[in-house]
Design a protein around this ligand. Structure first.
Ligand SMILES: *Cc1c(COP(=O)(O)O)cnc(C)c1O
Length: 397
């Protein structure tokens, strides 16, 4: 009898009771706008920013409307202007090149390695072309941050980290988002804490923090922020920064604060699920799982493996056979983007010369989400199904 998996790869856990209670409180008083505070009150958004600063160890934090907004705001606050070139990984999600292009800036794509991280050799070749690197820790894989930062510091390149998949992760104990000048996070439903839409940025830099807060639409009410630089920093620049509204509201902040407090425990649960898949797929002929470097502490909220040099038809056959048994795999090598786009050649607004190393990796790269609604046993079953189907196909050649 062939087993079949019946879980949903897109089903999140419910919002925790404490978050629902906090949300009801905000709904009860009606002050949803972050600057609509009672006398002496610190809004839920301002409190969340204090929590995020404490969680990451950053001096300053800003909560915004989405992860993509955080990226664009960070670029602008770091001085990126129309026509500037911005380095970024060729393997990332569409909001990353989108944030660069939305500013009228030009993405310069850097190759990725089989570890699914930015290729530091290709980066070395391209560092002279830009003043900013938007480093995307795509699918939670973190490159050698010590080497990357040494290279970028030497070349005077500002690093902005896209931590949409690394909130709660670290490199040598330093939280992801704290190596570069700015760290950006997403609280969209498919990330590590869930407010439907939302995002943060964190920084230690006075000017970047003040510019980001003014950009986000602070209506000169920046003194109602608690994780922000002192007023004199704002006074220097407040007439020069356009308002590009993208604030977070108190309802979302209320939902997020209990989730942020619970994130370290959730990370352990994710990693137990990841370990079950990794164990179940280890030494599967023809299938390579991604090695995780020792200094990286990651959040196993998704799983990737490589079918390097498999014929496209064989990969399609594997996906079909797994889907028939309830296992929903995504393939980054598909010629047409489905449901999400993470192939640089789908971004015609950011046309580039071909990137052969990245092409070879994406051609064999398969991905799946591991929502926390899966049990560890579910994950072991998913791995058994993939292993059996891959084995059947690989032996036939
Ligand atoms: C989700 C995501 C973002 C930001 O997403 P929003 O949907 O705008 O919150 C940025 N980068 C990556 C890699 C992502 O997966």
């Amino acid at each position: 009898m062939t087993e079949r998996f019946t879980g949903s790869f897109t089903q999140q856990e419910p919002i925790p009771e404490a978050a629902i209670a906090a949300a009801l409180k905000v709904l009860g008083h009606g002050r949803l706008h972050r600057y609509n505070t009672a006398p002496g009150e610190l809004s839920e958004v301002a409190r969340l920013e204090l929590d995020v600063a404490a969680f990451t160890g950053a001096r300053y934090a800003l909560a915004v409307a989405s992860g993509g907004y955080a990226l664009g705001c960070a670029l602008r606050a770091a001085g990126v202007a129309p026509g500037h070139r911005v380095l970024t990984n060729a393997f990332t999600l569409a909001p990353v090149p989108g944030a660069i292009a939305a500013l009228g800036a030009v993405p310069v794509f850097v190759e990725v390695t089989e570890a699914l991280t930015i290729d530091l050799q290709d980066l070395a070749r391209k560092l002279g072309q830009a003043r900013v690197l938007m480093l995307s820790h795509m699918r939670g894989h973190i490159c050698d941050m010590d080497r990357l930062m040494a290279m970028c510091d030497a070349a005077d390149v500002t690093v902005i980290e896209d931590c949409a998949h690394t909130m709660g992760a670290a490199w040598k104990g330093v939280p992801s988002g704290r190596h570069g000048a700015v760290g950006c996070y997403s609280t969209q439903t498919y990330k590590h804490i869930n407010s439907g839409e939302g995002g943060f940025l964190v920084t230690d830099d006075d000017d970047i923090a003040a510019r980001a807060i003014l950009l986000s639409g602070s209506y000169m009410l920046y003194e109602r922020h608690a994780a922000a630089p002192p007023p004199d920093v704002f006074e220097r620049i407040k007439y020069d920064i356009p308002n590009v509204s993208g604030r977070m509201d108190n309802l979302r902040a209320a939902i997020l604060r209990p989730q942020l407090a619970a994130l370290p425990d959730q990370v352990l649960r994710w990693n137990a699920r990841y370990a079950a898949v990794a164990h179940g797929l280890s030494d599967t002929p023809g299938l390579a799982i991604i090695e995780r470097p020792e200094p990286e502490s990651f959040v196993g909220s998704s799983f990737q493996f490589l079918l390097t040099d498999w014929a496209p038809d064989a990969i399609r056959a594997l996906l079909g056979r797994c889907a028939a048994r309830g296992v929903d795999l995504k393939w980054f090598g598909a010629p047409e983007p489905a449901a999400f786009t993470s192939r640089y050649d789908s971004w015609h607004y950011a046309a580039t010369a071909p990137l052969p190393a990245t092409d070879r990796i994406l051609a064999g790269l398969v991905d799946m989400r591991l929502p926390l609604t899966f049990s560890v046993e579910d994950c072991a079953q998913i791995a058994r199904i993939i292993r059996a189907e891959a084995g059947a196909l690989f032996q036939r050649g």
